[in-house]
Design a protein around this ligand. Structure first.
Ligand code: HEM
Ligand code: HEM
Length: 137
């Protein structure tokens, strides 16, 4: 699981670079904002911020509360779903997937559900870590 804590944090830094570059591009070409805004915001907030928090939380919280995550493989699934989902959402949105309907919109929704599923796995795993066993209360 520890390797995924590092992978999340490294990917977060990569998304930060991509998100910041995209922010600068929007700043210089505001007419591209309609296409790039969603991608800029989600690379930064879902890519950098949420992944950085996840990576640090997976490392720190089990030590903080002396409780391992109940489903260690879930961390790997979260990593795969979060990255594939975010990159898929970003590329289908860039291609106009949120508004075009049809197969592109269906693909956008599928990637959105993948990302959401990854985040639900994280929420479940970390909530358990912070919940003391009955005898600890
Ligand atoms: C050098 C770095 C950055 C630049 C140049 C930049 C640039 C921009 C620009 C030009 C917009 C307006 C887009 C529009 O009106 O369509 C924007 C919006 C936004 N950016 Fe960035 N950005 C940067 C970094 C970040 C970071 C690090 C985050 C988050 C961690 C972030 C989060 C947001 C959000 C949430 C919005 C939408 C704000 C709203 O709804 O009004 N940005 N950014
Ligand atoms: C599964 C995860 C997520 C999905 C599927 C998702 C999807 C969306 C969609 C479809 C929109 C509307 C875009 C538009 O109108 O063009 C949106 C907007 C937004 N989302 Fe997300 N989002 C997710 C997670 C997050 C997270 C974790 C954050 C922040 C930490 C966030 C921050 C925002 C913001 C600030 C906007 C407003 C953008 C704007 O003002 O144009 N989203 N999101």
């Amino acid at each position: 699981m520890e390797i995924y804590a590092k992978r999340f944090t490294k990917m977060a830094l990569i998304y930060l670079v991509l998100g910041v570059v995209m922010g600068v591009v929007i700043g210089t070409q505001p007419e591209w904002s309609q296409r790039l805004r969603f991608v800029h915001i989600h690379l930064n907030l879902l890519g950098f911020m949420t992944m950085f928090i996840s990576g640090v939380a997976y490392h720190v919280l089990p030590r903080f509360n002396a409780r391992p995550v109940p489903w260690p493989n879930g961390v790997k699934y979260h990593f795969i779903l979060h990255n594939a989902g975010l990159l898929g959402m970003a590329s289908t949105h860039l291609a106009g997937g949120l508004w075009s309907g049809g197969i592109l919109h269906a693909a956008f929704v599928m990637f959105a559900v993948m990302t959401g599923a990854g985040l639900l796995i994280m929420a479940g795993n970390l909530y358990f870590v912070l919940t003391p066993a009955k005898e600890d209360q």
